[in-house]
Design a binder for this molecule. Structure first.
Ligand code: ITT
Length: 202
């Protein structure tokens, strides 16, 4: 069985990536919780995914898979984009508020005067696989939707409660994980990168 380390400290991503990779026959390992932060100083989702996967592949001498993702809102010129995880870093957390909740609060505030028809947005995910010998694969996919005026649903993570999949009329936080993993940016990027991985082996 081929060993793959998932190079993320985000529990939401991990919850979505671990099962499909296991089903594909990989021996999946995760990063220890005290693993150092990797500086994400790339200018795009692809660059940041590669930075994370390269670092872990080299450091642990293994095949590493990393995901760089975020939400891009058209009315905000694509913000928060690659800065999605750090969006509300300039906000003081309210009592009991998580980082994800603060990010959502900031996004809703910025979007409060934007009418329904101008609230298009997309989740982006770049998935990178880096091998110990330096070989690299990367795929970038999106999931298009609309930003709600208030959150809906309890599943998922991050911006999921605000993101409406118009075809299903459900937010990312209302759908079961298995449904999200048939439709999401992450699901599509994972499928593309696995396809490339298999071509490499053929
Ligand atoms: P790692 O770098 O350790 O993987 P991170 O949380 O820092 O973890 P990113 O820099 O890629 O990861 O930031 C992703 C941001 O986009 C973060 O705020 C997520 O909550 C959000 N995001 C990504 N995919 C999402 C999804 O499927 N649903 C909701 N929010 C998502």
């Amino acid at each position: 069985m081929e060993k793959v380390v998932i190079a993320t400290k985000n529990k939401g991503k991990l919850a979505e990536l671990e099962a499909p990779l296991k089903e594909l026959g990989f021996a999946v390992e995760t990063l220890p919780s005290d693993y150092p932060e990797i500086a994400e100083n790339g200018a795009s989702f692809e660059e940041n995914a590669l930075i994370k996967a390269r670092f872990v592949a080299k450091d642990l001498n293994c095949i590493a898979i990393a995901d760089d993702s975020g939400i891009a809102v058209d009315a905000l010129g694509g913000e928060p984009g690659i800065y999605s995880a750090r969006y509300a870093n300039d906000y003081v957390l309210l009592e009991g508020e998580t980082k994800d909740e603060a990010n959502n609060r900031k996004l809703l505030e910025k979007m409060k005067d934007v009418p329904e028809e101008k609230r298009s947005c997309a989740f982006h995910c770049a998935m990178a696989v880096v091998f110990p010998d330096g070989k690299e694969l990367v795929a970038h996919k999106t999931w298009e939707g609309r930003l709600l005026f208030a959150g809906r649903g309890q599943n998922g993570f991050g911006y999921d409660p605000l993101f409406l999949d118009e075809e299903l009329n459900m937010t990312g936080a209302e759908m079961e994980k298995s449904v999200k993993m048939q439709r999401s940016h992450r699901a599509k990027a994972l499928a593309a990168v696995i396809e490339a991985f298999r071509s490499l082996k053929r």
